[in-house]
Design a protein around this ligand. Structure first.
Ligand code: FE2
Length: 146
Protein backbone atom coordinates (compact mmCIF):
# COMPACT_ATOMS: atom_id res chain seq x y z
CA UNK A 1 0.00 0.00 0.00
CA UNK A 2 1.24 3.53 -0.69
CA UNK A 3 1.27 6.23 1.97
CA UNK A 4 -2.04 7.70 0.89
CA UNK A 5 -3.73 4.34 1.05
CA UNK A 6 -2.27 3.55 4.46
CA UNK A 7 -3.34 6.96 5.80
CA UNK A 8 -6.87 6.27 4.57
CA UNK A 9 -6.96 2.86 6.26
CA UNK A 10 -5.62 4.32 9.50
CA UNK A 11 -8.24 7.08 9.31
CA UNK A 12 -11.01 4.49 9.29
CA UNK A 13 -9.57 3.04 12.50
CA UNK A 14 -9.36 6.51 14.06
CA UNK A 15 -13.01 7.11 13.21
CA UNK A 16 -13.93 3.81 14.79
CA UNK A 17 -11.99 4.77 17.93
CA UNK A 18 -13.74 8.18 18.02
CA UNK A 19 -17.09 6.41 17.93
CA UNK A 20 -15.89 4.08 20.67
CA UNK A 21 -14.96 7.05 22.89
CA UNK A 22 -18.45 8.50 22.42
CA UNK A 23 -20.01 5.12 23.14
CA UNK A 24 -17.94 4.67 26.31
CA UNK A 25 -18.94 8.14 27.51
CA UNK A 26 -22.60 7.26 27.20
CA UNK A 27 -22.12 3.81 28.69
CA UNK A 28 -20.18 5.11 31.70
CA UNK A 29 -23.04 7.45 32.60
CA UNK A 30 -25.37 4.48 32.84
CA UNK A 31 -23.11 2.35 35.00
CA UNK A 32 -23.71 2.52 38.74
CA UNK A 33 -21.19 -0.16 39.68
CA UNK A 34 -18.00 1.66 40.68
CA UNK A 35 -15.62 -1.12 39.65
CA UNK A 36 -17.16 -1.51 36.21
CA UNK A 37 -17.13 2.26 35.81
CA UNK A 38 -13.39 2.38 36.53
CA UNK A 39 -12.69 -0.30 33.93
CA UNK A 40 -14.79 1.39 31.28
CA UNK A 41 -13.08 4.71 32.01
CA UNK A 42 -9.69 3.08 31.40
CA UNK A 43 -10.95 1.58 28.15
CA UNK A 44 -12.20 4.96 26.98
CA UNK A 45 -8.68 6.26 27.63
CA UNK A 46 -7.19 3.40 25.59
CA UNK A 47 -9.36 4.44 22.66
CA UNK A 48 -8.27 8.06 23.12
CA UNK A 49 -4.65 6.91 23.01
CA UNK A 50 -5.29 4.95 19.81
CA UNK A 51 -6.74 8.14 18.28
CA UNK A 52 -3.71 10.26 19.14
CA UNK A 53 -1.12 7.60 18.19
CA UNK A 54 -2.76 6.78 14.86
CA UNK A 55 -3.43 10.44 14.08
CA UNK A 56 0.28 11.20 14.51
CA UNK A 57 1.10 8.41 12.03
CA UNK A 58 -1.45 9.72 9.53
CA UNK A 59 0.16 13.18 9.70
CA UNK A 60 3.60 11.62 9.29
CA UNK A 61 2.33 9.94 6.10
CA UNK A 62 1.16 13.31 4.80
CA UNK A 63 -2.52 12.79 5.52
CA UNK A 64 -5.09 14.59 7.65
CA UNK A 65 -6.58 12.56 10.50
CA UNK A 66 -10.34 12.68 11.14
CA UNK A 67 -11.49 15.42 13.47
CA UNK A 68 -12.77 14.47 16.87
CA UNK A 69 -16.38 15.32 16.07
CA UNK A 70 -18.96 15.61 18.80
CA UNK A 71 -21.28 13.16 17.15
CA UNK A 72 -20.54 9.69 16.00
CA UNK A 73 -20.25 8.65 12.37
CA UNK A 74 -22.22 5.48 12.52
CA UNK A 75 -19.45 2.89 12.70
CA UNK A 76 -20.95 1.55 15.88
CA UNK A 77 -24.57 2.27 15.08
CA UNK A 78 -25.94 -0.98 16.44
CA UNK A 79 -24.25 -0.54 19.80
CA UNK A 80 -25.31 3.10 19.93
CA UNK A 81 -28.92 2.26 19.34
CA UNK A 82 -28.89 -0.25 22.17
CA UNK A 83 -27.05 2.23 24.41
CA UNK A 84 -29.88 4.73 24.02
CA UNK A 85 -32.35 2.32 25.56
CA UNK A 86 -29.89 0.62 27.91
CA UNK A 87 -30.70 0.66 31.59
CA UNK A 88 -28.12 0.27 34.33
CA UNK A 89 -24.79 -1.53 34.40
CA UNK A 90 -25.95 -4.66 32.59
CA UNK A 91 -27.63 -2.71 29.79
CA UNK A 92 -24.54 -0.58 29.28
CA UNK A 93 -22.27 -3.65 29.29
CA UNK A 94 -24.47 -5.40 26.75
CA UNK A 95 -24.32 -2.43 24.41
CA UNK A 96 -20.55 -2.11 24.81
CA UNK A 97 -20.25 -5.83 24.14
CA UNK A 98 -21.78 -5.23 20.72
CA UNK A 99 -19.42 -2.29 20.12
CA UNK A 100 -16.29 -4.09 21.27
CA UNK A 101 -17.01 -7.12 19.11
CA UNK A 102 -16.89 -4.78 16.14
CA UNK A 103 -13.73 -2.91 17.18
CA UNK A 104 -12.07 -6.29 17.81
CA UNK A 105 -13.04 -7.48 14.36
CA UNK A 106 -11.73 -4.32 12.70
CA UNK A 107 -8.44 -4.35 14.58
CA UNK A 108 -7.98 -8.04 13.87
CA UNK A 109 -8.38 -7.35 10.14
CA UNK A 110 -5.97 -4.38 10.39
CA UNK A 111 -3.21 -6.68 11.63
CA UNK A 112 -2.88 -8.05 8.11
CA UNK A 113 -2.56 -4.73 6.31
CA UNK A 114 0.58 -4.35 4.26
CA UNK A 115 2.57 -1.65 6.07
CA UNK A 116 5.76 -0.89 7.97
CA UNK A 117 6.81 -3.07 10.94
CA UNK A 118 6.43 -0.04 13.25
CA UNK A 119 2.85 0.48 12.21
CA UNK A 120 2.14 -3.23 12.41
CA UNK A 121 3.47 -3.20 15.95
CA UNK A 122 1.30 -0.22 16.89
CA UNK A 123 -1.80 -1.92 15.51
CA UNK A 124 -0.93 -5.21 17.22
CA UNK A 125 -0.69 -3.43 20.59
CA UNK A 126 -4.01 -1.66 20.05
CA UNK A 127 -5.52 -4.98 19.04
CA UNK A 128 -4.38 -6.39 22.40
CA UNK A 129 -6.17 -3.50 24.16
CA UNK A 130 -9.33 -4.39 22.25
CA UNK A 131 -9.04 -8.04 23.22
CA UNK A 132 -8.67 -7.01 26.86
CA UNK A 133 -11.76 -4.76 26.68
CA UNK A 134 -13.91 -7.50 25.19
CA UNK A 135 -12.69 -10.14 27.64
CA UNK A 136 -13.46 -7.95 30.64
CA UNK A 137 -16.93 -7.04 29.38
CA UNK A 138 -17.75 -10.70 28.79
CA UNK A 139 -16.51 -11.62 32.26
CA UNK A 140 -18.43 -8.75 33.88
CA UNK A 141 -21.63 -9.80 32.11
CA UNK A 142 -21.24 -13.33 33.44
CA UNK A 143 -20.57 -12.10 36.96
CA UNK A 144 -23.37 -9.52 37.01
CA UNK A 145 -26.56 -11.18 35.88
CA UNK A 146 -28.64 -8.14 36.98
FE1 FE2 B 1 -12.19 -1.23 23.02
Amino acid sequence: MDNKEIAKKLSSLVQLDIDAVHAYKEAIEKVDDLQVREHLTQYRQDHERHISDLSAEIRRLGGTPPEFSLDFKGYLIKGFTSLRSAIGTKGALNAMHTNEKLTNKEYEAAKYWDMSPDLKQMIALAREDERRHLEYIERALEEKPH
